[in-house]
Design a protein around this ligand. Sequence first.
Ligand SMILES: NC(=O)c1ccc[n+]([C@@H]2O[C@H](COP(=O)([O-])OP(=O)(O)OC[C@H]3O[C@@H](n4cnc5c(N)ncnc54)[C@H](OP(=O)(O)O)[C@@H]3O)[C@@H](O)[C@H]2O)c1
Length: 312
Amino acid sequence: MRVWLTGGGGFVGSNVVRAALDAGHEVVTTAATFTPPEGAGYQVDHLDMTDESAVRASIDAFNPDLVINCAIMNDWAQLYADREAAWEAYVGATRHTSAGAADADATYVVVSTDWVFDGTQGGAHEDTPPNPINLYGALKMASEVVAIERGGAVARVSGVNGLHLARPATIRAQDRGFGYFVASIVDALEAGNPFTVWEAPEINMRSTPSLALECGEIMMMIGEQKATGIFHCSGADSVTRRELAELTCEVFDLDTGLLQYGPPDPDSLMAAPIPHDSSLTTPRTEKVLGHAPTPVRTLLERFRTQREEGFA
Ligand SMILES: NC(=O)c1ccc[n+]([C@@H]2O[C@H](COP(=O)([O-])OP(=O)(O)OC[C@H]3O[C@@H](n4cnc5c(N)ncnc54)[C@H](OP(=O)(O)O)[C@@H]3O)[C@@H](O)[C@H]2O)c1
């Protein structure tokens, strides 16, 4: 396939690029600031994803089989400070990329999130109606509707862990979600430092972790099968932060004695509410793609292997 995506220099996007290259596909990614190293094996078009004509021209020139909108305006303070820009970056970019995909007769995927649910909908499946409780979730839900109404697919990723393949030196820190949670524990404990697992009602306490590379692989399945509708790119197990931290120690052979439990760093909290239990289930994804979700232990073992092999 010829795979065109936005945000290939990001955490999830760099894994989508890798999954596509591993499957033998040709890749073009857009980037805002990222430049890949010489000989990376794929092409980068520097453009702003909110610039409709630049997006459409890039898709047009490559004539892809699969278009994935993975880029994101990721700064929450900026989202709330400039809601028009936020709308353009999420919903506008989804409109531009999905229109480009339609012109190219390509399969379309927008990457979304488990945070389209409200945190009381634990075990939500692909057809559970979303109920976002913050601006990020609302922007993602609106983007999902655009993609679905245009005959595309939605790939909801959840609790994404793994390696940032475009910028391996990116600082991995715990936040109010589950992204980078495992890497931040491994980094701390390997250095012999204690790690406080945050526990509080106002953060994401339960999720269904995934591995970024496997999310990319599921997106390739969507493209290969020209699938439409909503898919959950998540693992098989719903876990708490504490359970995931303890399992991480087991899989990475780390000292659980260095784990502590306590409230989050107040600076990491925002006025916006965060879903408490954002766990997902995957019945439609299994049925349509024939992909059974991977147990969280297996995902962690795969992450450990990637790390040890200097995968980045
Ligand atoms: N990480 C998670 O745990 C998680 C969880 C749920 C859902 N997701 C979803 O996964 C997707 C990727 O998230 P991520 O965590 O990988 O994000 P990320 O690492 O922050 O990457 C964001 C990417 O978006 C690009 N970008 C930002 N503004 C742009 C603009 N105006 N024009 C073009 N490109 C722009 C950046 O380009 P440059 O690199 O070139 O600067 C960057 O590559 C998002 O849709 C997000 O909602 C992630």
